[in-house]
Ligand binder design. Structure first.
Ligand code: NAD
Length: 488
């Protein structure tokens, strides 16, 4: 299987390469085969990317907002029309099954382009009366060249969630995908160009952390939006601070999903499975600490195990398959290490816990969906982000107790509550220290709703109108209408 792009980078409206850049390989996670070979960006490539983005931004910021919006909406339509092809590429890049990529990746990227294309013409300031005829007005102005740095779990979605609001506000974007999943962002760049965006407005440069770091400290860059782990976030935030650059940080989590006795059992089980096994558990907002109230625990675990054991693992390109492999050999090793640690710490492994044998895909990075019960708060599997299909079920008795335990983490990305008592559900989410919460649902992230974390899980918000504030800044203008009253 091959998915070799024309060249590694997409800059100024064209594929470009510099073979002197460090070589790296893109691997299909279901087989371990190399499907593409690329080069990391060299300093010369980075300069070209920043120069062309700056030129394009200057031009683009002067376009009528409706015209900017139209380009984004046209790109959204093109992505939807090519959904199957883009989803297959996403599956090759990530190993996620087509059943997911067809509905959650390119489509989610298209929705971001459609949403921000729609609101591009509505990005306004305000007029502020100041007495005596004086007034002030504010303008929301673009920041300039923005850098997006992606994780590997949702490559198309991340490129669009960052690119769409950036472009809607009149910025240019240079996107650096994760080196593990370099392919699909190149397609987003091609499509935006074809949709009418000026060459250079959305550039893609490839490479490892060092390329990201070079972009973050480049004097021509005004803003950095990172999706990644907390340790990377700390480095990027610190580096951006030196140049007083704007940041958005979408980082990791260890979110709590709380199931009260009165919850609808099947919904709660379904929510917990979605919040742990979708994308083989490689979702930042996953509710990996599932707190189940004692009265419902046994029934919950019984249904959870039955439904988990029925998950279809296999060829990601088969539409009927529900779970693919993990993204890489490194992630595979990491997740298996956590499973071994959970067993060693005395958690009860109710199902999964091993490596399934998938015929014809023996070289893939497979892990069975795994449920641990009897997990205690101090166990490593309950404290650290695993980023694999490993669910920890913890027991609780009272509302106050579960809230205190749910909040006892440095992370604050997400959380959820299943209960038929809606007053209680609202009360509990109100007290959970997290940026994104669900009631009787889990992990749905529509573009209309702001998404992001608090505490160590992040800074800023993606999606919704809120994202506009993170890709623009206010300019305030005082207008004096009378004589200047100077005391001298
Ligand atoms: P990672 O932190 O290893 O890498 C993320 C990106 O940062 C990659 O593109 C990488 O090349 C780049 N990078 C690494 N070091 C850098 C540096 N010093 N300067 C600039 N860029 C640098 O994360 P990952 O393993 O790719 O992704 C998994 C992590 O991402 C998990 O922790 C997950 O929770 C998080 N994540 C968060 C969200 C969210 O929206 N909150 C979404 C998806 C993933």
């Amino acid at each position: 299987m091959r998915a070799q792009p024309e060249a590694s980078h997409f800059i100024d409206g064209a594929y470009v390469d510099d073979p002197t850049g460090a070589a790296f390989e893109c691997v299909y996670p279901a087989t371990g085969e190399v499907i593409a070979r690329l080069h990391a960006a060299t300093p010369a490539i980075i300069e070209r990317a920043v120069d062309s983005a700056a030129r394009a931004q200057d031009h683009w910021a002067g376009w009528k907002p409706v015209e900017r919006g139209r380009v984004l909406r046209r790109a959204a339509d093109m992505i939807m029309a090519r959904n199957r092809e883009l989803s297959e590429l996403e599956t090759l890049d990530t190993g996620k099954p087509l059943q997911e990529t067809l509905v959650a990746d390119a489509t989610s990227g298209a929705e971001a382009l459609e949403f921000f294309g729609g609101i591009a013409p509505t990005i306004n300031g305000e007029t502020i009366p100041l007495g005596g005829g004086d007034f002030a007005y504010t303008k929301r102005v673009p920041l300039g060249v923005c850098v997006g740095i992606g994780a590997w779990n949702y490559p198309t979605q991340i490129a669009c969630w960052k690119g769409a609001p950036a472009l809607a506000c009149g910025n240019a974007m240079i996107f650096k995908p994760s080196e593990t999943t370099p392919l699909s962002a190149l397609k987003v760049a091609e499509i935006l160009l074809e949709a009418g965006a000026p060459a250079g407005l959305f550039n893609v440069v490839q490479g490892m952390g060092a390329v990201g770091a070079a972009l973050v400290t480049h004097p021509g860059v005004a803003k950095v939006s990172l999706t990644g782990s907390v340790p990377t976030g700390q480095k990027v935030y610190a580096a951006a601070a030196a140049g007083m650059r704007h940041v958005t940080m979408e980082l990791g989590g260890k979110s709590a999903l709380i199931v009260f006795d009165d919850a609808d059992l099947e919904d709660a089980v379904g929510g917990a499975m979605l919040g742990n096994f979708y994308s083989s558990g490689q979702v930042c907002s996953n509710g990996t600490r599932v707190f189940v109230q004692k009265g419902i625990r046994d029934e919950f675990l019984k249904r959870l195990v039955a439904r988990t054991e029925a998950i279809r693992i296999g060829d990601p390109m088969d539409d009927g398959v529900q779970m693919g492999p993990l993204v890489s050999a490194a992630q595979h090793e990491k997740v298996l290490g956590y499973i071994a640690q959970g067993k060693a710490e005395g958690a009860r492994c109710l199902c999964g816990g091993g490596v399934p044998r998938v015929q014809g895909f023996e070289g893939g990075f497979w892990v069975e969906p795994t449920v641990f019960a009897g997990v205690r708060d101090d166990m490593v599997i309950a404290r650290e982000e695993i980023f694999g299909p490993v669910m920890s079920v913890l027991d609780f008795e009272t509302e106050d107790e579960v809230i205190a335990r749910a909040n006892a983490t440095e992370f604050g990305l997400a959380g959820g509550v299943f209960s038929r008592d809606l007053a209680r559900a609202h009360r509990v989410v109100d007290r959970l220290e997290a940026g994104t919460l669900w009631i009787n649902s889990y992990n749905l992230a529509p573009v209309e709703m702001p998404f992001g974390g608090s505490k160590m899980s992040g800074v800023g918000r993606e999606n919704g109108r809120a994202a506009i504030e993170h890709y623009s800044e206010l300019k305030s203008v005082y207008v004096g209408m009378g004589p200047v009253e100077a005391p001298y």
